[in-house]
Design a protein around this ligand. Sequence first.
Ligand SMILES: C[S@@+](CC[C@H](N)C(=O)[O-])C[C@H]1O[C@@H](n2cnc3c(N)ncnc32)[C@H](O)[C@@H]1O
Length: 258
Amino acid sequence: MKTKKNNPKVTLVGAGPGDKDLITLKAVKAIEQADFILYDALVNPEILAYAKKSTPTLYVGKRFNNHAFSQDEINQLLVNKAFEYGHVVRLKGGDSFVFGRGSEEIDFIESYAIETAIVPGISSALAVPALQGIPLTKRNVNESFWVITGTTSNGEISKDITLGAQSSATLVILMGLRNFSLIAEEIKKFRHKYTPFAIIQNGSLPNETITIETINNYKNTIDKIDYKSPGIIVIGDVVTEHSAFLDEEIQRVLSASF
Ligand SMILES: C[S@@+](CC[C@H](N)C(=O)[O-])C[C@H]1O[C@@H](n2cnc3c(N)ncnc32)[C@H](O)[C@@H]1O
């Protein structure tokens, strides 16, 4: 490790949900000025094109149990690279502080008295439903939205899903695909059986998919889940704002009139 001569600094940059244009100007400026970049699996690699050609990059991604580096190793790399290169940009999918372990990284880096900065990103929790025309709130439909993890650190579903199911909230569940059946059964206990939900995968990317169903029929959707791709589950009456519901309504009216 070299000495602190390069003014070490680490900027945590939210890279948005995937579409390379869904990134802030401040994020682009940070990437342009970076001396070294560490990036995650959910970061669109096209975003790296904003960096100087001479800037080295390192993939430290984690997808499921396939970790390129452990979190401890990533923390240490951030510190080492900052001492070695100067300004390190840590690129993370969506927003670094939404289930992104950004705060842990900041704590570790600051324990070495290295300067840190945050560039917020557009979280998939907000952007992915929006791109499908699903509002997270609608007047007189719901009074809040909750962003919940579908898998806690011990692999179980969060108790907040049970609590959220008892409210009017739109539930936006990240990292929930593998526990989807458990989640759906929990929702069924508290919400009406026609509660709509959407599973959106690879949101904002050309291979984006969406599956919409009502909670009583959730088993119809299980075979459609691609467990290798990131996906968000949105549960609540706001999902009826999706155009698929309009299409269904049109079909019903058309078939009734013939
Ligand atoms: C570890 S969390 C990180 C969330 C990220 N910090 C954010 O703000 O979007 C990863 C989860 O985010 C969700 N996710 C991220 N990008 C997504 C995308 N483009 N489409 C669907 N879900 C996505 C998935 O639930 C995925 O398992």
